[in-house]
Design a protein around this ligand. Structure first.
Ligand SMILES: Nc1ncnc2c1ncn2[C@@H]1O[C@H](COP(=O)(O)OP(=O)(O)O)[C@@H](O)[C@H]1O
Ligand SMILES: [Mg+2]
Length: 264
């Protein structure tokens, strides 16, 4: 199963992606979690050790690797391989975390919306293609709002896109934009997860906004002080407060996802 988690910055994508990864791994699934956000914080929500986290270089900024993989021998750098070798990347750069979750910190390259294809893009694009099309474990992509590295062929193989929203107008607008982008590239299974919800009014606000844009709401995760506190002390929420209301809600989300998987 291939799952992409997207949404506006700060809505809780990494919290949800990291917690889901741990919960699925606890259930016995092999899980590969991929951080494709420029602010690498998935490692914290999965619960990797600080000393391991401090050694991470996102693949997107590993220029030596990208050059080595995309360079065409004998040709000056300028022409480059569009489909560089990537099938050893998880083994070489993946970091094993608690419950056996494998983390790959990919990072991303900003292209200012120009859609240009540079060597780093070619590398990331092909890596994503490999992760989604060729890996046989549970792959969870923590993706930020930009999903432009997902080419059409790759996107069609994303089983579900989770769009995380919070009680804010902007996050709903971002969800709509993501839905449009996703539909354009062939992802049709998208569902929203409402996060950081404190009141009935907030939940109503989100429901109405999503309904307007035709995005189904799968689950509501409450605002939970313990999750915010775990962040301050750089501890994985699932380790700091395993039976807190927000973790229980993510556990429900996991159940919905595995049931969906059984049906398809
Ligand atoms: N349900 C929640 N209740 C309280 N705080 C939350 C909740 N979900 C996320 N947070 C906090 O919100 C902040 C942003 O979360 P994060 O997962 O990093 O967002 P994103 O990856 O979307 O940018 C973090 O400090 C996190 O601890
Ligand atoms: Mg994040």
């Amino acid at each position: 199963m291939k799952l992409a988690v997207t949404g506006k910055g700060g809505v809780g994508k990494s919290f949800i992606a990291g917690t889901l990864a741990r919960l699925l791994a606890k259930d016995g699934y092999r899980v590969l979690a991929v951080d494709a956000d420029p602010n690498i914080n998935l490692a914290y929500t999965i619960g990797l050790k600080e000393e391991d986290i401090s050694k991470i270089t996102p693949l997107a900024v590993n220029r030596k690797l990208i050059e080595e993989r995309t360079k065409i021998p004998g040709i000056p750098y300028g022409a480059f391989k569009l489909f560089p070798k990537v099938d050893d990347i998880v083994d070489r750069f993946g970091i094993r975390g608690p419950d056996g979750v494998m983390l790959l910190v990919m990072g991303t390259v900003q292209d200012g919306g120009t859609g240009c294809l540079c060597p780093a893009h070619a590398f990331l694009r092909n890596l994503l293609r490999h992760l989604i099309m060729e890996r046989d474990e549970f792959v969870i992509l923590d993706m930020e709002a930009g999903i432009e590295h997902l080419g059409r062929g790759t996107a069609r193989n994303v089983d579900v896109m989770l769009i995380v929203v919070e009680p804010s107008f902007k996050s709903i607008e971002t969800a709509q934009r993501i839905k449009r982008l996703a539909s354009d590239i062939g992802i049709h299974n998208f569902v929203a997860v409402a996060n950081k919800v404190s009141t009935k009014e907030e939940e109503e606000f989100i429901k109405m906004g999503l309904e307007k844009y035709g995005i189904p709401l799968l689950i509501t995760v409450p605002f939970d002080k313990q999750i915010a506190y775990a962040d301050l002390i750089k501890t994985a929420p699932i380790d700091y407060a395993p039976s807190s209301p927000a973790i229980k809600a993510v556990s429900q989300l996991k159940k919905s996802i595995t049931e969906f998987m059984a049906k398809t």
